[in-house]
Ligand binder design. Sequence first.
Ligand SMILES: Nc1ncnc2c1ncn2[C@@H]1O[C@H](COP(=O)(O)OP(=O)(O)OP(=O)(O)O)[C@@H](O)[C@H]1O
Length: 253
Amino acid sequence: MTKAELILDAQHINKTYESSQGVKQEVLKNLSLAVAQGEFVAIMGPSGSGKSTLLNILSTLMQPTSGQVLINNKDILKMNDRQIADFRGHDMGFIFQNYNLIDSLTVRENIELPLTLQKIKPIKIAEAVKMVVKLLGIETLLNKYPAELSGGQQQRVGVARALVHKPSLIFGDEPTGALDSENAREMLYYLRKINLDEEISIVMVTHDAFSASFASRILFLSDGEIINTLERGSADRETFYRNILNQLGTFND
Ligand SMILES: Nc1ncnc2c1ncn2[C@@H]1O[C@H](COP(=O)(O)OP(=O)(O)OP(=O)(O)O)[C@@H](O)[C@H]1O
C-alpha cells in the first residue's frame, strides 16, 4: 500500500486519561493503523478496550496524547478549529448509535444540515437531498420530526445526513446498536453497498460479530493495542462471520 492510496494513516497513537484526582489511565498504547481507500474496516474488542476512544481520535473529535493522524494525507492534528470544521463538513460522515438528530428540525432540515453549514446553493442542496432520500427509501418522511419516526427510520435519516455531502470516509460507532435485528441487517447491507458502489471508506466500531462480518478487515483491540487482524479476502459474508467467531473464541480460551 503506498501512502497515496491510504485514506487514513494513524501512527503511534497514545491516549492517557487523567481523573480529577490525578490518576492516569493509559487507554491507547502506541497504536498504529492504516486504512486504504475503499476499505471497510471494523474495530472489535471487549468493553473498555479503547474502541470509542480510538474512533473519536481518528475522526477528529478527540486529541490523542501523542501520535499522528493523516486523513487524505492531511495532518488533522495540525489543523485549526475552522480547518477541522471545514474538513469534517467536506470529507467525513458520522453515524452514531443514538443518531444525533436535532429534534426541533424536520427530517429534511436534519439531512440538509451538513450542506447548509457549507453555504451550498439551495438548488444543489435540494438535488443532493433528493438523491440520498431516494437511495434510503425515506422520501415520504421529509416533513416529519425525529420524534415521529421509528428507530429504524431515525437511523436511516442519520445515514442520509452522513452521506448527503458525499464524504470520502464514514465513521460509525456501533451504528446498528440501537436497531432490531432486521433493521440492523438492512443498515449493514446498505453500508456495504455504498462502500462497494461509491467507494466510500468506512471505519466502524462494533462488539458484534454479525455487524463486523460486513467489513473487509477486522482489527481486534485489547487493552489499547491491536492484538490481531482478520482479512475477508475472497470469503463470502457467512464464512467470514464464522472466521470472526472462531477468532473471538480463541481470545476467550
Ligand atoms: N472521557 C473519559 N475520561 C476518562 N476516562 C475515559 C473517558 N472515556 C473513556 N474512558 C476510559 O477509557 C477506557 C476505554 O474506554 P472506551 O469507551 O474507549 O472503550 P470501548 O472499547 O469503546 O468500550 P465500550 O465497548 O464499553 O464502549 C475505559 O476504561 C473508560 O472508562
